[in-house]
Ligand binder design. Structure first.
Ligand code: OGA
Ligand code: NI
Length: 331
């Protein structure tokens, strides 16, 4: 049994601080060098950093937050009309305890809504039922929901591409190295609602169990109700406080793998004991489905040994979704 003291909330010390990176040189001046170095330094350590001056409009983010509240406040039977289990392409709503990020240890007290790029029904990947390709499921009773969510998705895609350019430069690759490996985009925007957890907090029930993310990078919006914690190098957990106007960015397994462990995909989890409902929205950015994740040319060891077997980005993501959503267990 955990309580609300040090086992959940260990305090960060200076070494543990999560860097705050000002993206202005990248976003406004297309000056990658400074930002590239800061990102790479951050990603060799915790694999997490905040971004400021990222160019995403406040109004877009505020409407996105409001839409999350309006959506999750709908009656359960309304939300279940958009059940992700009805979708061949993993789009839509999932209720509390449907996805468990650390299924051997804990169940997740969260509900969510997944959106990906809108694929048209005649797209051959939809016809072939390739995993993740298909139409989104949208609520029809929330004004402007689809429009704002689509704009938010597009803005996150542009920002992710920019951050990937900085990462390329930081890894001594050409700025556009990733461009033709990211098209699509192959990315998932998730909206999350964490009810407040009360009473004795048990490690059997988390907001989100301890996990690493699957993709290249995640750009996370979190509201004022804190709950995200990342594993510190000295074994404790660090609270990721909300800094208004910033997003939290972290590296996922796909980029750790591609970079042959140069960049770190760090463990993290969520426990919401803020006293309020907590809303957050990660944008999981992946390489295009068929991109082979092998070893980036600048990340080979001196003896050319690599730490992983090559796999496509799509297969990597599908393996992980299958492992964390119980309705895919039998596939
Ligand atoms: C995730 C995640 C953090 C949060 O969904 O992978 O780590 O604050 N979310 O919701
Ligand atoms: Ni995560």
């Amino acid at each position: 049994m955990l309580n609300n003291s040090s086992d959940i909330f260990s305090h960060s010390n200076l070494l543990d601080d999560i860097p705050l990176i000002d993206l202005q040189p990248l976003v406004r001046d297309n000056n990658l060098a400074i930002v590239a170095k800061q990102i790479i330094d951050a990603c060799k350590n915790h694999g997490f950093f905040y971004i400021l001056n990222h160019g995403i409009d406040d109004d877009l983010v505020n409407k996105h937050t409001l839409n999350m509240k309006r959506f999750f406040n709908l009656p359960l039977d309304e939300k279940l009309k958009l059940d992700v289990r009805h979708s061949d392409a993993h789009r839509g709503y999932f209720p509390i305890y449907a996805e468990n990020n650390d299924p051997k240890t804990s169940i997740d007290l969260k509900e969510g809504f997944d959106v990906m790029a809108e694929d048209n029904l005649y797209d051959e990947r939809v016809v072939e039922k390739k995993p993740f390709y298909g139409p989104n499921q949208w609520p029809d009773n929330i004004d402007g929901f689809r429009e704002n969510t689509t704009r938010y998705y597009e803005a996150m895609t542009v920002l992710s591409m920019m951050i990937m350019e900085a990462i390329a430069v930081g890894l001594n690759l050409p700025q556009k190295y990733f461009s033709n490996k990211l098209d699509g985009p192959f990315a998932m925007l998730r909206m999350l609602h964490y009810p407040h957890q009360s009473g004795p907090i048990s490690s059997r029930e988390m907001g989100t169990g301890s996990h690493t993310d699957y993709g290249l990078i995640t750009i996370l919006f979190q509201d004022d109700n804190e709950g995200l914690q990342i594993k510190s190098t000295n074994e404790g957990w660090i609270n990721v406080q909300t800094i208004p106007g910033t997003f939290v960015v972290n590296i996922g397994d796909e980029l750790q793998r591609w970079s042959n462990d140069v960049l770190k995909s760090n463990l993290h989890r969520v426990i919401n004991i803020s006293g309020n409902d907590r809303y957050s929205s990660p944008f999981f950015f992946h390489a295009a489905y068929d991109t082979v994740i092998d070893c980036l040319p600048s990340c080979e060891n001196s003896n050319k040994l690599t730490n992983y077997t090559p796999i496509t980005a799509g297969e990597l993501m599908w393996q992980r979704i299958r492992a964390t959503f119980s309705h895919h267990e039998d596939l």
